[in-house]
Design a binder for this molecule. Structure first.
Ligand code: UD1
Ligand code: CA
Length: 461
């Protein structure tokens, strides 16, 4: 059995935030969620998360997940350090399991690396191994000290290191794999006699070495994976790296992203092949976009499903469904529960909310289609408003197939316009319109001949 202990109790002081560090987001998801997802993909059987600072918020955010939370006591003068944090979870670890130690603030670690770490541990029959990386600049990290034959001896923290040790380029990622029983043994032996008066998990390595256990190191090539978030600058860099991974994966699957650096796509977004994404697109949540679509301008799409061959320009789409071959925008807004059939045109400054539109219908300009069921081949003229709210309650309107709603009309819900029903421009419709009928609901035009002359309005003052 493989068990992860994920450390997430630290203060995160350098974030300068009221939000616990592991809840800060990159590409729309909290840092901790990436680590948990990685564990799931690496087939870890049980996740133990050590919480402390801001624990209530962290537990609340992940309350639906199968996680064992263990609280590290946080008070003035309480024991502190990565070793002490691991101790809080150790009771959940059976002797015969592997323990994988990870950090909640290191979101770039991949499941492939975790799986390799575990295999290396098992195949080499190690009691414990540490994941390391070679960095050009090892500042801030614990250094990996090896003997002449290359075996790992110990890990020295920057603050406890001598000049020779400071020059070492191989660093401790902070991630390890131990045999459960062996880790319990070593944890009992660590103390806080160091420059920071902290219990260091890193001391486990030298303790095991001294006591004749088999200790190893597993170096990764892609050192970005161990990159941790301590500041907002590092948060942005992690976000950049995550975005790059997401965009590259999509491009390799057949999506054209014209400028990946200015395209923000979250991990769960699915995009079909030959779709082209122009700069400025923001695609979020569980959004699915079909094949051969074109997404242009400042378009943001959240939790929506877009069909094939759809063109969207500078538009906001939230929790909606868009059928094949639709044209949307520029500057349209599909609010939640909008459902468009096929080949629909939603044009400039049109807002749709909680409404369905059937195939081939059009709302080309300046309209509000709220709480309505609109059939197929319906034309909604410029400036039509579906008046759905009386200040207290909302009502729906129904427009049947092939109806025509003239420009600048108000459709005051609840109202029904029958098939081929025809609403004259400028009408305020408060009663049903029959099948094939014309409805004109406005005052008749009155022309007063010579009125301007009579009033003297044409004389300059
Ligand atoms: C630690 C390692 C260092 C390694 C580096 C990699 C130790 C002593 N040092 O240093 O060798 O190169 O990580 O990033 O382990 N945490 C708790 N409770 C605590 C203290 C920390 O949960 O009492 C958590 C933090 O939230 C964080 C992680 O442990 O997620 C690492 O703590 P941090 O203080 O950042 O360790 P470093 O000093 O960076
Ligand atoms: Ca750190």
């Amino acid at each position: 059995m493989n068990i992860a202990i994920i450390l997430a109790a630290g203060e995160g002081t350098r974030m300068k935030s009221n939000i616990p560090k592991v809840l800060h987001k990159i590409c729309g998801k909290p840092l901790l969620e990436y680590v948990l997802n990685t564990c799931e993909k690496a087939k870890i059987d049980k996740n133990i998360v050590i919480v402390g600072n801001g624990k209530d918020k962290v537990i609340e955010s992940f309350r639906n997940e199968e996680i064992i939370f263990k609280e590290q006591p946080i008070y003035e003068g309480a024991p502190y350090g990565t070793g002490f944090a691991v101790m809080q979870g150790i009771d959940e670890v059976p002797d015969d399991s592997n323990v994988i130690i990870l950090y909640g603030d290191t979101p770039l670690i991949t499941d492939e690396t975790i799986s390799n770490l575990i295999s290396h541990h098992n195949n080499g029959n190690y009691d414990g191994i540490v994941l390391t990386a070679i960095l050009d600049d090892s500042t801030g990290y614990g250094r990996i000290v090896r003997n002449e034959s290359g075996e790992i001896l110990k890990i020295v923290e920057q603050k406890d290191a001598n000049n020779e040790e400071l020059a070492i380029k191989e660093v401790n990622s902070g991630m390890y794999c131990f045999k459960g029983k062996v880790l319990k043994y070593a944890l009992n032996k660590i103390d806080n006699n160091n420059s920071q008066n902290e219990y260091y998990i890193t001391d486990v390595i030298s303790i095991l070495n001294k006591d004749g256990y088999k200790v190893g190191a597993f170096a990764i090539d892609n050192s970005i994976e161990i990159y941790g978030v301590n500041t907002r600058v590092q948060l942005a860099e992690s976000d950049y790296e995550m975005r790059k991974r997401i965009n590259e994966k999509l491009m390799l699957e057949g999506v054209t992203i014209i400028d990946p650096n200015s395209t923000y796509i979250e991990e769960d977004v699915v995009i079909g092949r030959d779709t082209v994404i122009y700069p400025g697109a923001v695609l979020q949540g569980h959004t699915t976009i079909g094949e051969e679509c074109i997404i242009r301008g400042d378009t943001r799409i959240i939790n929506s499903k877009i069909g094939n061959c759809v063109e969207i320009e500078s538009t906001l789409i939230e929790e909606s469904i868009v059928g094949d071959r639709c044209h949307i925008g520029p500057y349209a807004h599909l609010r939640p529960k909008s459902k468009l059939g096929k080949n629909i045109k939603i044009g400039n400054f049109v807002e749709v909310k909680n409404a369905t539109l059937g195939d081939n219908s059009k709302a080309g300009h300046l309209s509000y289609v709220g709480d309505a069921d609109v059939g197929c081949n319906v034309n909604i003229g410029c400036g039509v408003v579906f008046v759905n709210y009386n200040g207290r309650e909302k009502f729906r309107s129904h427009i049947e197939d092939n109806a025509f709603i003239g420009s600048n009309s108000n459709v005051v819900a609840p109202v029904h316009v029958g098939e081929w029903g025809y609403v004259a421009a400028g009408s305020t419709i408060t009663e049903d319109v029959g099948k094939g009928d014309l409805s004109i609901a406005r005052a008749r035009q009155v022309n007063k001949a010579g009125w301007v002359e009579e009033k003297g309005f044409n004389k300059n003052k």
